[in-house]
Design a protein around this ligand. Sequence first.
Ligand code: CAA
Length: 445
Amino acid sequence: MTAVGIDAIEIWTGKLQLDLPNTFAPAKGEDPEKYTKGLGLETSSFPDTYEDIVTMGANAAKRLMDRRDLSPDDIGRIDVATESAFDNSKPVSTYIAGCLEQVYDGDFHHANKGERKFACVAGTQSIDDAYNWIRAGRNRGRAALVIATDTALYARGDPGEATQGAGAVAMLIDEDPSVVELSTEQGYGSADETDFLKPNQQFPSVDGKRSMQVYLARMREALEDFESVAWDTHPDDFEFIPFHTPFPGMVRKAGLLGYRHMIRGTDIEDDLEAEIGRQPRESEYDSWDAYEDAIRDYMDELKRTDRYRDWYGETIEPTLGLARRVGNWYTGSVHVARAASLKHAAEQGVDMTGRKLLVGSYGSGAQAEIHAETVRDGWADEVSALSIDDQLDRRYDLDFDEYETVHDAHNHDLDAEIEEFTQPDGEFVHTGWGRMNERKYDYVE
Ligand code: CAA
């Protein structure tokens, strides 16, 4: 069977940054270490006044198309995943196609376009749709463009304000891919949950603590489901495990849970027995609560072992390098984590070809999805072409008053007109609204 997967990746960050320990924490009267040590964040990205989900998505897509010398005829499908859509009917992909048609010869009139919604897991679901479309032989030799783009803003004063972000990831899904091949096997953990939602409102209603429990519960179910169709996973099977990363502290919890699950009944559990005992088994306890308490105690011990710390440092920590600097990008977040891990490997000179990733996506509401990926031999060239470090270094650093003004400027319910902080340079910008309240965009040389 021909391999299908991610052939190219481009990342576009919002052009402003908020420094969490040095700007946000003092203004909120909080300890900076809550951000650096607790949540694991340094800065978050914000969109300038002329940026939105369309400009960021179109700019990521244009970089990708330019770099791979693609024309609209090469693309048979454009799917956008977002939680920040501003229209309940017209999909963001049509706006992005319209932007791209301003700068390329030809058009996307024969490409299938859509918008995927299931909170942050929608980016991965769009990749699935593209994979299935290619596998079904409906692509006529063309590739799919998947764009995950979000402005992850919370109402001012909401605890979620600590975990904001804005940016887009564009991915080309194709046969014989350069970056990773996707496994056919997938695991799901899905349930009707009320932890994070936006019922016809711009900023989310969030039960933060519950959202973290739901994330972990669904992720565990997804891993079990993946193992039921793939194999019993072992920590050494994977070079990296990129998770959906609302903030790195969340992944610290997910990594420990995953490791505990994967070492059960393995050589690692045996090796650790003298140090921390064996994992509690449900049959040894009178009640579920007693069993859960014992598991929690075991995990507390486990996370202090050198064996676990070394594994975490090698397998999980590298996935968080970009998230610490950009915050939560919702649908793009897990794809930023994958890119961060491959970027780290390239910088360390590791040959990743043939090695495996386990990818854990998650969307509130709630659904987790887990699949494996096998790295392909074009990965290093692709990852080396990313310009994300330069983009991050060039962001305008907001002071707290400016942050509040930018937040207001992006609030759909306010009419705040402010000057931009940066100058657009070779990119799409939002210029205003048309006669039917549609958004208008131009390419600025
Ligand atoms: N030094 C070191 N650590 C500190 C500290 C300090 N001075 N102060 C606090 N901390 C630690 C806390 O102990 C905590 O860590 P643990 O969870 O490991 O105990 C961490 O920093 C955060 O502190 P708080 O829990 O006090 O923070 P908070 O009450 O302000 O809320 C939050 C944190 C719930 C994540 C909130 O930011 C939020 O609601 N975020 C949005 C929801 C979210 O991201 N949920 C994640 C799962 S849902 C999902 O993944 C979908 C999605 O993308 C939204």
